[in-house]
Design a protein around this ligand. Sequence first.
Ligand code: ZN
Length: 264
Amino acid sequence: MGNKVAVEEQPNLKNYKQEKSFIQNIFTRKPKKKFVLGIIDPQNDFCEGGSLAVLDANKIFVPINKLRYLCVRHGIKTFISQDFHHLAHMSFASTHDKPVFSNQKLNLVMENGDKLTVTQTMWPTHCVQGTKGAEFYSDLFLFYNDKIIQKGTKTNVESYSAFGDEFNNQYEQTGLYSWLNQKKITDIILVGLATDYCVYNTALDAVKYGFTVHVILSCIRGVNPTTTSNAIEDMKSKGVVFYDEIFEFVNKNNRIFNNINLFL
Ligand SMILES: [Zn+2]
């Protein structure tokens, strides 16, 4: 036994070199990519017949469900954000008795007493807690382990982003960042509604937090053509990666995704 230990302790230059390069690799190599799928606000009020229906929103659910299948096959988790407002939310035209879609200057008092002045778009009443409009659109496949992220739950602040409010998430934190961090996520595949508001703001926050964001155009729709194309240009300029279809996304990330061509 004593001899054996002595033999193993003999310096071995070859092993030493291997070990040194192995240790160097640990510190210099890029961390492995870990993807998550994020579906933004796939809710009844944003779909056909809803109070804030986005044109052609219903068309995103076939490709999103295919993407879900692909992600399940690769062990990729999904979070789904849910706009979830109080009936007197500050973004509702009805709260202030102002015209729908106008922009209004609002003086707001936060829960902690902070006073803020913001310019806010006056939306039709939508996604009110406990109503059918706030529920997920029935064409979307849901799985038992989907992570649901509710946002816009604070009456006095807007949260377009799934990470939280527009003031660096200081008045509403949804918990999304810590969930992603805990799971060591590096890349977010972002889809859903609406391109020019909640997808846009979620993507910008995600980039700010250091995630790589992948957006698939067939799986998003916007409220307004001009703000949608401006949002896409801005996201591109900030490093968000765009793909036309799921097929293109799979091909360009084929080190992670096998090309499952069952029905893509
Ligand atoms: Zn909302």
